[in-house]
Write a protein that binds this ligand. Structure first.
Ligand code: IVH
Length: 662
């Protein structure tokens, strides 16, 4: 009975998902949909054994991955040969006829070439089981959990039970609106902007946390099939029609023509119309329609002989790079910006273009004074594609990223493995608004009533220069702010005063140390218990904490070594911040942590060390597993140390071990 009900609910939700996300024709309101969804969630909670992986509730699956598994494609994912002119298309047609019987009629299907990321989807008996990137064409990354977050991807095919196996190929992309929104958000946060929708889609699919992927406006068009068992179709077009019936979003504006001359006409039409589309296309794809003819034509190792991509001319212009300016974003990222001699490019005048970061400038060897080629696809911010080296005079200057922040003059940092150069100064004026916003946020100091608009005004009027200034505000000066009623001013002051009493973890989080989220702040709070101890902790001590990785440890260490941080901390102290120290007794110190000992220690016998760990609430086991938190390695450690390294488990020297509870 319950099983039937759940099944029915799922079918209903699937139907509405398809209407909304695939066909763009919703039949019910959002709130009606939410009601159905919540009902299903409730049932599944009640009967967890009835949850199936293809249930609409299972789109965002659990924990972040460590890395993607590699999967081999059943049929290689080839790429396409490119044509850049009508002549090349007619040449392609001639080749086809040379390889088929004389005077055989050949139909072509013309589709948009979606500028996104190629993916492969595998369905077994109508259920989505795997999805992967193209990779090198033979094997790609298993991105199943990320793909499941795309609402227009059917997890279950309509009438698909009889299809033993079906590979569907398509393109994941972000449309123009979604891309703009994403970049606006990035710019608001002061993060480096993404170059184009394709990069944004590729970057999103590479994220290891499906919950983050679900926030990206990814969408999907499918344009073909790969391996299939238990089903076949006579033509590519009929396969696409069938995919549509199964619930896929098949790319729109598909046309069938009977010769290449007609295909050329269609290509020319699109050359004009393409910018009106809501998503980016970089050309058209022309495919032989009959599968038997495709089979006769076959493929080379790189591309099929039955299809070709007609690529649009990308819009380019050349101009002079007059200078490179460095901007500091709200998160402290330094972004080099090209200052250009103004030039026309597809309807607008361009005088600036982002150069993204230092590595990008080095890779393209862009120098000040160079003549550069700019490119613009659709509405995307123009980019500097390359330098015209042949016209260099020798007077061009090589650009170097400044060692100091152009806004606040403090030394900048480039973390290992990262491309971005950043200013981490807590008092940098470029970042002050964002830092205050973070400081006041719910999980941090939780200052009610300190919204974005008020923060902007406080900063603009010079009333706060860093977050410590919040504690010197008084009601009168706040009430001066536009649209601030006396009552709200009073409430805000009270909220600020209230925030002084807080937990250590919240305060650490509020400081806005790069990489330190609320969880890490809690770990640090429990481990050090006072600001005095935390701010004087050594790099080794920080690195020895299991939840704190080396990058985070470095960042915390740097943060507390900065002069500006010391100033800020002194002012907080003066303002009277009271940190509630939770009573962690020594017995809880190792609460729940699992230790493994290897080799001999100087200060203790094995038994003494074991008893000590247990006294502090920890557990000792004899073998290293994924569940081990620490491996303490003395002299002549055994194979346990190798295993710990292999499993990436934190290892401690005797000294580091002692530092843990002292
Ligand atoms: S058919 C054998 N159709 O363009 C390759 N590809 O180099 C069959 N693409 O990686 C590909 N839109 O992901 C095909 N309508 C479309 C497409 C399309 C975009 C991508 C595809 C492939 C690349 C071709």
């Amino acid at each position: 009975m319950d099983q039937d009900k759940i099944k029915k609910l799922r079918q209903e939700i699937r139907h509405h998902d398809r209407k909304y996300y695939v066909e763009d024709q919703p039949e019910i309101t959002d709130s009606e949909y939410d009601r159905l969804y919540r009902e299903l969630e409730k049932f599944e909670k009640q009967f967890p054994s009835l949850v199936t992986p293809d249930s609409p509730t299972q789109r965002i699956a659990g924990e972040p991955l460590k890395e993607f598994k590699q999967v081999a494609h059943r049929v290689p994912m080839l790429s396409l040969e490119n044509a850049y002119s009508p002549e090349e298309l007619l040449e392609f047609e001639k080749r086809i006829h040379r390889n088929l019987k004389p005077r055989e009629v050949v139909e072509y299907v013309i589709e948009l070439k979606i500028d996104g990321v190629a993916i492969n989807l595998e369905y077994e008996r109508g259920v989505f089981i795997h999805g992967s990137t193209r990779g090198d064409g033979v094997k790609g990354d298993d991105i199943t959990v990320n793909l499941k977050t795309i609402k227009s991807l059917p997890l279950y095919l309509e009438n698909g039970e009889g299809i033993y196996l079906l590979e569907v190929r398509g393109e994941v992309y972000i449309d123009r609106k979604g891309f703009e929104k994403l970049n606006k958000e990035k710019s608001r946060n002061g993060d480096a902007l993404m170059a184009n929708p394709r990069n944004a889609a590729a970057g999103s699919l590479k994220l290891l946390d499906p919950r983050e992927v679900a926030k990206r406006p990814l969408n999907l068009f499918v344009h073909g099939i790969g391996h299939r068992e238990g089903i076949n179709w006579p033509t590519h077009y009929s396969a696409l029609e069938a995919l549509k019936h199964m619930g896929f979003r098949v790319s729109p504006f598909i046309k069938v023509v009977r010769n290449m001359k007609d295909a050329v006409k269609v290509c020319k039409e699109w050359e004009e119309k393409r910018e009106k589309l809501g998503f980016e296309v970089d050309g058209l794809v022309i495919k032989v329609n009959q599968f038997t003819q495709q089979g006769v034509l076959g493929s080379t190792t790189k591309s099929p002989r039955w299809a070709i991509a007609y690529k649009f001319q990308s819009k380019q212009a050349t101009t002079q790079l007059k200078d490179i300016e460095v901007q500091v974003g709200r998160t402290g990222t330094l972004t080099p910006v090209a200052i250009l001699k103004p030039v026309e490019l597809s309807g607008s005048t361009i005088s600036r273009a982002t150069l993204h970061n230092e590595d990008e400038i080095k890779r393209k060897d862009i120098r000040i004074g160079d003549r550069v080629i700019l490119e613009k696809g659709g509405e995307v911010i123009p980019k500097v594609v390359k330098v015209v080296e042949s016209v260099r005079t020798g007077k061009e200057k090589v650009f170097a990223m400044p060692g100091h922040c152009p806004v606040c003059s403090s030394a900048v940092i480039k973390e290992e493995g990262e491309v971005a150069t950043r200013c981490e100064n807590v008092r940098c004026p470029a970042q002050v608004e964002r830092r205050i916003r973070h400081f006041a946020s719910r999980n941090a100091m939780d200052i009610d009533g300190l919204g974005d608009a008020i923060i902007s005004q406080l900063v603009e009027r010079g009333m706060v220069r860093d977050y410590t200034d919040l504690y010197s505000l008084d009601k009168k000066s706040i009430a001066d702010i536009e649209r601030m009623a006396e009552k709200s001013a009073q409430n805000l002051i009270e909220a600020i005063v209230r925030s002084k009493e807080t937990t250590f973890a919240r305060f650490i989080f509020a400081l806005g140390i790069r990489h330190v989220g609320i969880h890490a702040a809690e770990v640090l709070g429990a481990r050090f218990r006072t600001m005095e101890k935390l701010s004087h902790s050594s790099l080794e001590e920080l690195e020895a904490i299991p939840e704190i990785g080396p990058t985070m440890a470095q960042s915390i260490f740097r943060f507390f070594r900065s002069k500006d941080t010391s100033k800020v901390l002194a002012r907080f102290k003066k303002a009277g911040i009271k940190i509630a120290v939770s009573k962690v007794t020594k017995a809880q110190k190792f609460g729940g942590l699992k230790f493994v000992l290897t080799g001999s220690l100087d200060g203790f016998t094995r038994g003494e060390a074991e008893r000590l760990i247990e006294k502090l609430g920890g557990k000792v086991s004899s073998s290293v597993s994924k569940k081990t938190d620490y491996v303490v390695a003395g002299h002549d450690p055994g194979s346990k140390l190798d295993r710990a390294r292999k499993l990436r488990i934190k290892t401690l020297s005797e000294k580091e071990f002692k530092a843990l509870w002292k």
